[in-house]
Design a protein around this ligand. Structure first.
Ligand code: FAD
Length: 439
């Protein structure tokens, strides 16, 4: 049985109580909403279609351990995520490191100086950039800072960088790897405004905001499992394998057919691709359905490599090249000799078989690190709809909907971040606060 096996007691009683909030979806957005409500004394029932919690950031069994469905990186600016992890007692699983970007031809380290000095000092001291490129990069960040990282009109990140005279080399070595990793969207399609928001809170943020936080343990244990335990300890209910197939409006609330649940307030915290079907019987939600119905999706490929011995990396993560090249992560916290290699967004790799992609990763790792220990096992996990394509001016629905008592949570709702854990968590917390405030 799954470790997060049905924590399912008193469901019908909870469902029948006035004031119970039903949350559909047990990803990080739904869990964050449930924890925030439970922390303020509201009873919740969380319905998750899968046999486990976590959604797009979950643990997957493989080779006697539980690996992540995809490598997740956190940054110091993930304030709401960190706040909830502290509440749940799991924040210590994150290893904090000063930001470093290590690519084959670039080394950028942000020194422990006050912001924004740390950035200028880091860029000027970066190895692998010409003096001209360093000056261009500093000038670009200063120009963004002067306008508070706000653009008058959104455009693509590629257009923004061209407007600021960033060289091809600088784009390939620095800006494209950051953009693709954060927005999971190629530079030529990515929203410049969201890219600016990411730069503001990473490279341009306070020293602590820009830190990288590496999960050192199972993904389930970082948030989904402690969140579920917290919810049940606070009189809530978590029901697994509970797919909600539609939402029906009743006189004083909503009915979730196929689950026997009725509630006066419902938070839909599902992947945006699932919304149109769920909202089909609610004409008031046609605008939201129209917005998310026009989204397109971007994949993420994660290849797990298990070697016979430890493979030493100079930093817990490094890029295997410029542009859209993969990043490799040290995951020896889960098992000795374990690495994960991530390829974000769409690209030529989509035409390759998993085996060919693995061989390309291995060749590149040998070129960069020298001979590798024997490979004991490998697994490629493809998330085809890992995120929505974060394009310029993408319409993102509000958490409060036109229907009383119905809220939307997820990484796609109105917010400054691209599809990220922090975006998901913030949206869940925002829905909870709207409900707590009686809005
Ligand atoms: C491979 C990969 C790598 C990533 N890397 C990073 C990273 O490094 N840093 C970062 O910040 N973010 C990263 N992300 C993005 C991050 O994981 C997501 O933005 C976040 O997990 C989205 O959470 P969510 O709760 O909004 O949605 P989801 O995780 O999609 O949760 C929705 C939940 O609803 C459930 N559900 C769907 N339909 C129904 C239904 N009808 N009834 C009941 N339940 C239903 C689903 O099973 C799911 O559990 C990555 C994503 C992927 C896939």
């Amino acid at each position: 049985m799954d470790r997060l096996a049905d924590l399912d007691h008193g469901v019908n009683k909870a469902a029948g109580d006035a004031g119970v909030v039903a949350i559909v979806g047990g990803g990080w957005a739904g869990l964050a909403a449930a924890v925030e409500l439970a922390a303020h004394g509201r009873r919740v029932i969380l319905l998750e279609a899968a046999g486990q919690l976590g959604g797009r950031a979950r643990s997957v069994p493989w080779d006697g351990m539980r690996i992540d469905n995809g490598q997740h990186l956190f940054i110091g600016a993930y304030r709401e995520t960190l706040r909830l992890m502290r509440l749940l007692g799991s924040a210590d699983s994150l290893e904090r490191r000063a930001l470093q970007l290590i690519l084959p031809d670039l080394r950028l380290r942000l020194p422990r100086l006050p912001a924004p000095l740390h950035l200028a000092a880091g860029l000027l001291a970066a190895k692998g950039l010409s003096l001209t490129d360093k000056r261009l990069a500093v000038a670009f960040m200063q120009a963004l800072r002067r306008r508070r990282f706000r653009l008058a009109h959104d455009m693509t990140a590629a257009q923004l960088l061209a407007q600021h005279g960033q060289s091809a080399r600088l784009i390939d070595a620095l800006w494209a790897p950051i953009c693709v990793a954060a927005l999971n969207t190629p530079l030529s399609e990515a929203s410049a405004q969201v890219f600016c928001n990411v730069l503001r809170d990473s490279l341009g943020g306070d020293r602590d905001d820009s830190d990288f936080l590496f999960n050192r343990g199972e993904m389930d244990a970082l948030f989904p499992a402690p969140a579920a335990a917290y919810i049940t300890r606070h009189a809530g209910v978590v029901r697994l394998r509970a797919r909600v197939d539609a939402l029906v409006r009743e006189q004083d609330g909503y009915c979730l057919p196929a689950t026997d649940v009725r509630a006066d307030r419902v938070i839909l915290a599902v992947h945006p691709a699932r919304l149109p079907a769920l909202l089909a019987r609610l004409p008031e939600m046609a605008d939201v359905v129209g917005k998310v119905g026009a989204y397109t999706w971007q994949p993420i490929h994660t290849t797990w490599l298990r070697f016979a011995e430890a493979v030493r990396l100079p930093y817990p993560m490094l890029a295997l090249g410029g542009g859209q090249s993969p990043w490799v992560f040290d995951r020896q916290d889960l098992a000795a000799g374990l690495l994960s290699v991530v390829v974000s967004a769409e690209g030529p790799h989509l035409a390759l078989s998993a085996t060919t992609l693995r061989d390309q990763h291995l060749d590149r790792l040998r070129e960069l690190l020298g001979p590798l220990p024997a490979l004991l096992g490998w697994k490629c996990i493809v998330e085809r709809r890992a995120t929505y394509a974060c394009t310029p001016g993408l319409p993102r629905p509000e958490p409060a909907t036109p229907l009383p008592g119905l809220y939307l949570a997820g990484d796609y709702t109105r917010g400054e971040y691209p599809a990220t854990i922090e975006g998901a968590v913030r949206s869940g917390v925002e829905c909870a606060r709207l409900i707590l405030a009686g809005k």
